[in-house]
Design a protein around this ligand. Structure first.
Ligand code: SME
Length: 154
């Protein structure tokens, strides 16, 4: 993540947003904007919120181009698979993934981190990149820490 803000600074800024007085939607929106602005290879950053009764994900706040995928059944696409597996799902080259929902032809890779509480999926943090194979251990560390911070908001 050369050229980007260090992970600890991004986490400090995220914590400040989580602790601020604004409402949940505004906090999630500001976190999306922070990540999209400060990390070069994050081109689309958004939260999906789980509707566990209906076994689907519903699009929440995001930064980047609007997407047609506002509602994703568990199991479908990279987001739906991450919700079923309850694990971080990294696809370094989306052209190699069969179960993938395309938002834009410019997207080359994607990382999805589930937001978990007591083993239940509350939502997800989804990031699309226009670069091939951009994600490393620092991305996983950063995004899992952010998901742990926002779990209390969902
Ligand atoms: N590509 C995702 C769909 C959501 S968008 O990236 C915003 C997927 O395959 O689940």
């Amino acid at each position: 993540m050369a050229g980007d803000l260090p992970v600890d600074l991004l986490l400090q800024r995220t914590q400040r947003i989580v602790d601020s007085a604004s409402d949940r939607e505004d906090k999630l929106q500001r976190i999306c904007e922070l990540l999209q602005r400060e990390v070069d290879h994050y081109d689309w950053v958004g939260f999906y919120l789980a509707d566990r009764g209906a076994q689907r994900l519903v699009l929440g706040p995001f930064a980047g181009e609007p997407t047609e995928h506002v509602c994703i059944p568990f199991g479908k696409g990279i987001c739906g698979q991450a919700a079923e597996r309850k694990e971080t799902f990294i696809v370094q080259d989306v052209s190699q993934e069969q179960n993938y929902l395309s938002c834009s032809p410019r997207v080359r890779s994607e990382i999805v981190v589930p937001i978990l509480s007591d083993g239940r999926v509350l939502g997800e943090l989804d990031i699309d990149s226009h670069s091939l194979s951009p994600f490393g251990p620092q991305d996983t560390e950063l995004l899992q820490a952010i998901c742990a911070m926002v779990a209390g908001l969902l």
